[in-house]
Design a protein around this ligand. Structure first.
Ligand code: PRX
Length: 635
């Protein structure tokens, strides 16, 4: 039996027991057997959650791109590493072999170096899902620069905040992007963002849509001519195990986005290990994760995890609706996809359409189906299982977070029996627990509580860029000596976990994490708005949608509410991006507040959920009359 590749339930329990009893030996053996090191570690793990400080494979040196590319060249040089499927189905797919990937990453790395980018510098990547995105990520890692990928759906303001927060000296972007039948002016967004980013010295521009854009002399450079002239080899930088590999921003319940910092060795070992087991990847399989590399799912399970295993990983530029609702299934048939990994929101949207879009295609290549990002409801689970997997492909409901770097709770397909809506059992090395309101661990089953992790795992984020105090306060202060996930969870009689959703003010809309505070800040910028509060409410496709309660400065008879609503959503689009737009906006005379001035979101949530029979304890409310008024006009 190989503990790197678990094949049945008995092996899972055996490996899991070892990973808990002897975590250091367990991870050391995996690191030793399956990766290339320039120097071995002195110590496998040191940790102290009270600081918090966690370090894996201290003293080791490596380069993650050597593990993801170079070491495959002897046996897999001609194997497809990245299979690029363009937005337009008429444009041919591109098969980039490991050998070609090596050359393109090295050339890109040399361009970065020539532009003065070096080890430890931050590079912002704002690109659509084209090969240059994966290649630029790997090129940064090759030379030890820290990549900060910003999802190319974020607005100029959101992009500027992220560029400035970690002082990026370079931005990599494209002239524009294709999104179904539309094009998006990415370079225009970058230009606008850069009016408030003084630290950016150079902008590299990939040509994708061939639109007319403006290029600022001395700052902006077309990428292709630089690549054409760059040398084809680049010695990988020796990185310390704990050197930062990347920063990725995620929304918090308050304040500005958190730049989660992931480091090199532990992240590599854990994402590779979980990729192998959760997807049961076999040598000639073609694996497709539909996420964008702008999110953690893309970092860990499009780029690093698959490539570390020498896999063929698909990058899809387009959307599930273009040219029609059959696009995903057309791609599954065309590339004979074996593992398909997507989000519940996509499944719900696809399930609403006519089944003929599915039935037209041969999906018999599928062996494993995955979901991630939010709880999957039972109906969507069955639709996926019946119509896509034909009851033959196990569904892996994978629970994890930007902060966790890799999948923490998930079935192992063909090993763990699945139950709809349950993420089931922890991965080896993961020690979850449920905590009650008094901060005590609940040991019996069944139970429900707040989900924490008791012991460090290799791919956990090490800090928030520039704000270690916030890292400690957010994740390590609610429960002593435990990492608090922010999620609630049930655990059934057999020990299976079912994630029930956030217990803080983060709302997950279509699988995207949205903090309420930045959206409220954007709304409050409107000159007519005095105050606002956002809550989530259930939505058929998106899982949750946003409901905004807005107090206006002046209540006038003549105001045009519909226009105001449009303006508010326009502001949100400009400040954050279209993903944060509100589905419902109710203008109210006031918000329910406690005597200490805190908004009672619980009540607003109940009204938005149309569940007002029992509002719970309202005795601490300063202004109970407001609740009646809000209920009367609820949307
Ligand atoms: O609430 C959980 C939910 O998504 C949150 C993490 O979001 P993000 O950092 O954007 O990462 C998403 C991709 C890993 C979690 O705190 N979540 C993620 N996966 C699941 C889930 N909720 C239920 N079931 C899941 N499988």
């Amino acid at each position: 039996m190989s503990q790197y590749h678990i094949k049945n339930l008995e092996e899972y329990f055996q490996v899991y027991r070892k990973s808990v009893a002897q975590p250091e030996i367990f991870w050391e053996e995996i690191a030793e057997e399956h990766f290339q090191w320039k120097r071995k570690w002195d110590k496998v793990l040191s940790w102290d959650f009270s600081k918090p400080e966690v370090s894996w494979f201290q003293g080791a040196q490596l380069n993650i791109t050597e593990n993801c590319i170079d070491r495959h060249l002897t046996h897999r040089g001609d194997k497809t590493a990245i299979l690029f499927e363009p937005n337009d189905p008429k444009e041919p797919a591109e098969h980039i072999t490991y050998r070609q990937l090596h050359k393109r990453v090295c050339q890109f790395a040399n361009v970065l170096k020539e532009m003065g980018v070096g080890k430890g510098d931050r590079v912002c990547i704002y690109l659509p899902m084209i090969p240059e995105l994966a290649i630029s990520v790997l090129a940064c890692a090759r030379i030890g620069a820290i990549h900060s990928v910003v999802f190319a759906g974020f607005s100029a303001t959101a992009l500027a905040t992220r560029i400035n927060d970690c002082d990026c000296k370079m931005v990599i972007t494209a002239d524009g992007s294709f999104r179904g039948p539309k094009t998006i002016d990415l370079k225009g967004i970058v230009d606008e963002a850069l009016t408030s980013c003084e630290g950016v010295e150079n902008v590299l521009v990939a040509q994708r849509i061939h639109s007319k854009i403006s290029m600022k002399e001395g700052r902006d450079h077309w990428l292709q001519p630089l690549l054409d002239n760059a040398y084809k080899d680049c010695v990988p930088e020796a990185m310390d195990a704990e050197d930062p590999l990347f920063i990725l921003y995620t929304s918090g319940s308050t304040g500005k986005p958190k730049g989660m910092v992931h480091t090199t060795a532990g992240y590599m070992v854990y994402t590779a290990f979980t990729f192998k087991n959760v997807f049961q990847y076999q040598e000639d399989d073609v694996y497709w994760c539909t996420a964008d590399i702008g999110w953690i799912t893309g970092h860990s399970y499009i780029v690093y995890g698959p490539l570390a295993n020498g896999a063929t990983t698909v990058m899809f530029e387009g959307v599930p609706t273009y040219p029609d609702w059959g696009r995903f299934w057309e791609i599954v048939q065309k590339h004979k996809i074996n593992q398909f990994y997507t989000a519940p929101t996509a499944i719900r949207a696809l399930a609403k359409e006519n089944l003929s879009y599915v039935e037209k295609y041969d999906l018999s290549s599928l062996k494993v189906l995955g979901t991630v990002g939010e709880p999957i409801n039972e109906e969507a689970w069955h639709w996926y299982n019946d119509n896509i997997g034909k009851k033959n492909s196990p569904i892996v409901d994978t629970w994890w977070q930007t902060e966790t770097g890799g999948i923490l709770i998930s079935p192992i397909p063909y090993a763990t029996p699945t139950i709809p809506t349950f993420a089931t059992l922890p991965m080896p090395g993961i020690q979850p627990c449920l905590m009650d309101e008094n901060g005590k661990e609940i040991s019996q089953n069944p139970a429900s509580g707040r989900l924490c992790i008791k012991f460090p795992w290799p791919s956990m984020a090490r800090t928030i860029w520039g704000d270690h105090g916030r890292y400690r306060d957010t994740y390590f202060s609610a429960f002593k000596n435990k990492y608090f996930t922010g999620d609630g969870s049930l655990r059934d009689q057999t020990g299976y976990y079912r994630i029930t959703g956030r217990v803080d003010d983060v709302i997950i809309v279509s699988g995207h994490n949205l903090g309420t505070a930045p959206i409220e800040d954007a709304i409050n910028e409107h000159p007519a708005v005095a105050e606002s509060a956002i809550v989530g409410f259930p939505h058929d496709i998106k899982g949750n949608a946003l409901y905004g309660y807005v107090i206006l400065k002046e209540v006038g008879e003549t105001r045009d509410n519909d226009n105001l609503r449009k303006e508010i959503n326009q502001l949100i689009t400009e400040r954050i991006g279209p993903i944060a737009k509100l589905d419902k906006i109710q203008f109210t005379p006031g918000l329910p507040k406690t005597r200490s001035g805190k908004i009672m979101r619980r009540i607003l949530r109940k009204i938005a959920h149309q569940d007002t029979d029992n509002l719970g304890d309202t005795s601490t409310l300063l202004n109970p009359e407001v609740v009646e008024a809000i209920m009367k006009e609820a949307l």
